[in-house]
Design a protein around this ligand. Structure first.
Ligand code: SER
Length: 321
């Protein structure tokens, strides 16, 4: 069947994806790679290789040597950090994708997962319930790279029959590893600060709603999309998937039910402008119809999981940016 290669395995999503993939397919069927060296205690039992996805020769040799059939390409610079690293963000987010798509075009890998983002939408897209097909005029470096990436995935699918599957991830909330460099990161930071200091200074305005999702749902969506029969998919562009939509005020109120002394104040910075250029909710009817996507976590269930998880998680390792 061939092994699964996760590129960017030490990041927020990679950390948890590796865990689930090894549970499903076995430790010896998964290879973890990241540009940073292996972190103590992370992915024990799984083969880890230090690799830069921009090194196409190294990537090709890893694919060959370890008989890789599926690649999950998670290495990327996120929205906030990309604004001050324009060239390196474009380079990593685009050329990393090209390197993987090229291997798929040459038949060296069978299937690719590449995450897109709600950042493909921009100020001219519908704000509420943004549809799968819409005006996409992102005004962030990250959003531009993701919307171009979607076009390339579609191109490689149409022209070379490459099996590349994609999801437009909303903000992902998790406690096992920290996100880094994103705009939706506030919704993770807020939990850590609430538990540690009972206060949080939020860089997004009180009433800015964004699409969000608990990590378990995001991982399940990723694996379900990769496992589904190719013929059931109506698009190889990138699926909208929705779960939650909340504002900083909503999440602060929910946290206060567990931590009554919790206080939030607002000090919006450039990330607020990014957040305001994105939709507040998205329409995911295609994903629901095509491959049965359905979220399990609402705001209440997620908040409880986050608070319990952070309190009991002593070995939190920060993800790479
Ligand atoms: N979570 C990402 C970010 O904030 C959006 O996909 O950059």
């Amino acid at each position: 069947m061939g092994k699964k290669l996760v590129i960017g395995s030490s990041g927020q999503i990679g950390t948890e994806l590796i865990h689930t993939l090894t549970k499903i397919y076995g430790e010896n069927q998964v290879v973890a790679t990241d540009i940073y060296p292996k972190q103590e205690g992370k992915h024990d039992g799984v083969l880890f290789l230090k690799m830069d996805v921009l090194d196409s020769i190294h990537l090709a040799s890893v694919v060959k040597e370890y008989e890789i059939s599926e690649v999950y390409l998670l290495a990327a610079l996120l929205s906030a950090v990309s604004e001050s690293k324009i060239k390196s963000a474009w380079d990593l987010n685009m050329n990393g994708l090209f390197n993987v798509l090229e291997l798929a075009r040459q038949g060296q890998i069978k299937k690719v997962f590449w995450p897109s983002s709600i950042a493909v939408f921009g100020p001219t897209s519908p704000k509420e319930n943004s549809p799968q097909q819409s005006i996409l005029e992102p005004n962030t470096v990250y959003g531009i790279s993701k919307s171009a990436g979607e076009r390339w995935c579609d191109y490689y699918h149409q022209k070379f029959n490459v099996d590349v599957r994609s999801i437009r991830y909303p903000g992902i909330i998790s406690y096992k590893s920290l996100p880094g460099g994103g705009t939706t990161d506030y919704a993770v930071d807020i939990f850590h600060e609430a538990i540690k200091h009972q206060r949080y200074s939020c860089f997004i305005e009180k009433d800015v709603y964004l699409p969000m999702m608990y990590m378990d749902d995001a991982i399940r969506a990723t694996i379900e999309l990769m496992q589904v029969e190719k013929s059931t998919l109506s698009t190889f562009k990138s699926y909208n998937i929705a779960a939650l939509s909340f504002s900083p005020d909503d999440i602060a109120k929910e946290i206060s039910t567990y931590i009554p002394d919790f206080k939030i104040n607002y000090s919006p910075d450039f990330r607020n402008k990014i957040a305001k250029s994105w939709p507040s909710s998205i329409n995911d009817q295609d994903a629901r119809k095509d491959w049965g996507w359905k979220q399990e976590f609402d705001l209440k269930k997620m908040t409880l999981k986050m608070i319990e998880g952070i309190k009991s998680n002593n070995s939190l390792v920060s993800s790479s940016i």
